[in-house]
Design a protein around this ligand. Structure first.
Ligand code: AMP
Ligand code: MG
Length: 493
C-alpha cells in the first residue's frame, strides 16, 4: 500500500519547539533577532524547504521574508543564541559565540527521515550577548557564499548544514568597505560544535559537559543512547571521530578547502559548518590556502585530514571528565582508518574502478601526485576522465609519465566486468561537472550587490544538479579566467 505524503504546510502551520533552549540558560541566551530593514528575498532553496514540509510558494509571502530577514517570528519559536568557545588557529580562544546566529527553534516534520527535527537558525540577525566587539551582522558577499555552498555540498552528497533562504537589505555594514546587511536561514539537526563542549570543560563546568553530551547522544546518536555509564561517552566520541574522518575524506575527494577549521566551526554531527573563506580547488595543489588571513597555511588543503584529527583530540580533551585516557586513545585511533576507507571508496568511484584487493592505492597516489605537479584543474580532470581517456591525457600532458599511469589505469579498468559505457555513466555520477568556483560565486555576489538576484538563483539551480551537463552554463565549469585568478577571500564576513 502506498502511503500518501503528508500535506505540505504553510509557515504558520509548522510546529516549532526548542529543546536546546530547554537545556537552560547556562547554554544559551534568550535573544530575538534584530531584523534588517527593507529586506528582499534573494534566494530560496525548495530542496531545503521540502525537508521541513514547507509548502511551495510560501517564500513569496511577505510573512516569509519577514521571518527570513529577522523581522518576525512564527508562533512556537523560542529564539536563543548558543554559547560556545573554540580553538582558533591552534590556540584556545575562550568564549566566541554565537555572536550573530540565533537559533529560532526546531521543526518536527514528517520528512525528517529519522534524523530528528530540523533546527532553523538565522545568521546575521543582530547582536547577542556573545557578539564581543562585532555587530551581529553578515554581509551580502559572505551570505551568498554560504547559501550557495551549503546547497551545493548537499547536492554533491557531502554532509553539511543547509540553507533555506537568503535575504538582503539596505542597512550599511562596515567591513573593509561599506557593504549591505544580509541574512541566511540555516538548517541542521543541531548546530552543536566541538567548541560547545570545550567552553564548559575549560571553565570546569563538568556537569554541563555531561548534560550537553547526554542531550546530544539522546537526540542525535540513538544507536548509542541505550549504553549506560562511561561506555556511553566513549561510544559517542568514537562516533564523532568516525564522522569527522569521513567528512575530511569527502572534502579531499571533492577538492573542498574549508579555510577556517577552528574547533568552533566543527560540527558534532560531522557536517560541513560555517562557510567562510572556503574554496573549491582549481589547479590542484596540496599547499592551496584559500583563506587570505591564514598566513602560515595551517589550514592549507593538504593539511585538512591532520587538522581534523587535531580537532578530534581537542574534543577528546573536552570530554576527558567523562572518558578515560585509554578510551580516548582507542576512539582517536579510529580516525586514520576511517579516513582512508572513505577516501579510497570515493577515489575508486572517481576512477570508475570497482575496489580491488590493494584498494588501487598506488594508482590513486600516483595520479594525485601528477595532478599536483602539473597543477591540473581537479574537477575538470576527473570529469574529462569520465568522458574519454584521450581528453584526460591531454589535460595531464601527453608524455611518458602520463602514459605510464594510463597504461596502469587501463589495465585495471579492463578487468571491470561492466561495459565501458556503463562504467562512464557511473563515473559521471561520481565526478561533478560543477563545483562552486570562487570566480563564479563572485559573479553572483557582484550582481546581487547591484540588486540583481538572477545570477545567484541560476548558480543555485546548476549546483543542485552538479552532475548534469547544463550546456547553457558551460562557462561556469571552467577554471578561473585570468582576471579572476588572484581573487582573495578572507575571514572578514
Ligand atoms: P568565525 O571565524 O566566522 O567562525 O567566527 C568566530 C566567532 O565570531 C563566531 O562565534 C561568530 O559568532 C563571531 N562573529 C563573527 N562575525 C561576527 C559579527 N559580525 N558579529 C558578531 N559576532 C561575529
Ligand atoms: Mg564560526
Amino acid at each position: 500500500m502506498a502511503i500518501a505524503p503528508p500535506p505540505a504546510k504553510t509557515l504558520e502551520e509548522l510546529r516549532f519547539a526548542n529543546s536546546f533552549a530547554a537545556l537552560g540558560d547556562a547554554f544559551s541566551e534568550v535573544r530575538s533577532p534584530t531584523g534588517i530593514p527593507n529586506a528582499r528575498l534573494v534566494a530560496f532553496s525548495p530542496a531545503a524547504a521540502q525537508l521541513i514540509d514547507l509548502r511551495p510558494g510560501e517564500e513569496t509571502r511577505p510573512e516569509f521574508v519577514a521571518l527570513a530577514s529577522g523581522n518576525a517570528l512564527v508562533r512556537g519559536m523560542e529564539p536563543v543564541a548558543a554559547m560556545y568557545g573554540g580553538h582558533q588557529f591552534g590556540v584556545w580562544a575562550g568564549q566566541l559565540g554565537d555572536g550573530r546566529a540565533i537559533l529560532l527553534g526546531e521543526v518536527h516534520s514528517a520528512n525528517a527521515l529519522g534524523s530528528g527535527p530540523w533546527e532553523l537558525q538565522i545568521k546575521g540577525g543582530g547582536m547577542t550577548a556573545f557578539s564581543r566587539f562585532a555587530d551581529g551582522r553578515a554581509v551580502v558577499r559572505s551570505t551568498v557564499r554560504e547559501f550557495l555552498a551549503s546547497e551545493a555540498m548537499d547536492a554533491l552528497g557531502i554532509p553539511t548544514t543547509r540553507a533555506l533562504a537568503m535575504t538582503a537589505g539596505d542597512e550599511p555594514v562596515l567591513r573593509e568597505r561599506i557593504e549591505r546587511a544580509a541574512t541566511v536561514i540555516r538548517m541542521a539537526p543541531t548546530f552543536v560544535r566541538f567548541g560547545s563542549f570545550e567552553i564548559f570543560h575549560y571553565r570546569k563546568g563538568f556537569e554541563a559537559v555531561k548534560a550537553l553530551a547526554d542531550y546530544t547522544i539522546e537526540r542525535y546518536f540513538p544507536q548509542i543512547a541505550p549504553a549506560d555509564g562511561p561506555v556511553r561517552y566513549a561510544r559517542f566520541l568514537e562516533a564523532v571521530v568516525d564522522r569527522t574522518a569521513m567528512l575530511m575524506a569527502e572534502w579531499q575527494a571533492v577538492g573542498f578547502a574549508h579555510g577556517v577549521m577552528n574547533t568552533d566551526n566543527f560540527s558534532i554531527l560531522g557536517l560541513t559548518l560555517d562557510y567562510g573563506p572556503y574554496g573549491f580547488i582549481e589547479a590542484y595543489d596540496p599547499g592551496f590556502i584559500c583563506n587570505h588571513t591564514d598566513e602560515g597555511g595551517r589550514y592549507a588543503f593538504g593539511r585538512q585530514p591532520s587538522v581534523g584529527l587535531w580537532n578530534c583530540r581537542a574534543l577528546a580533551v573536552a570530554l576527558s571528565s567523562l572518558i578515560s585516557e585509554e578510551d580516548r586513545k582507542t576512539a582517536l585511533a579510529r580516525y586514520e582508518p576511517a579516513f582512508w576507507t572513505t577516501y579510497l571508496v570515493r577515489m575508486n568511484a572517481k576512477l570508475g574502478l570497482l575496489e580491488s584487493a590493494d584498494g588501487n592505492v598506488a594508482l590513486v597516489e600516483d595520479i594525485v601526485t601528477l595532478l599536483a605537479q602539473r597543477r591540473v584543474d581537479w574537477t575538470n580532470f576527473w570529469r574529462a576522465l569520465s568522458h574519454d581517456d584521450a581528453s584526460a591525457l591531454a589535460m595531464l600532458g601527453d608524455d611518458e609519465t602520463s602514459r605510464a599511469w594510463f597504461a596502469h589505469y587501463l589495465e585495471r579498468a579492463e578487468s571491470d566486468p561492466r561495459a565501458d559505457a556503463k562504467r562512464r555513466i557511473a563515473m559521471r555520477a561520481a565526478n561533478p561537472k560543477f563545483v562552486l568556483r570562487n570566480w563564479v560565486a563572485q559573479q553572483a555576489i557582484e550582481a546581487c550587490e547591484a540588486g540583481d538576484d538572477a545570477v545567484v538563483r541560476a548558480v543555485y539551480d546548476v549546483l543542485r544538479t552538479p552532475y548534469d551537463e547544463h550546456p547553457e552554463h558551460e562557462a561556469w565549469a571552467k577554471t578561473a579566467p585570468p582576471e579572476f585568478a588572484h581573487l582573495e577571500v578572507s575571514c572578514s564576513s
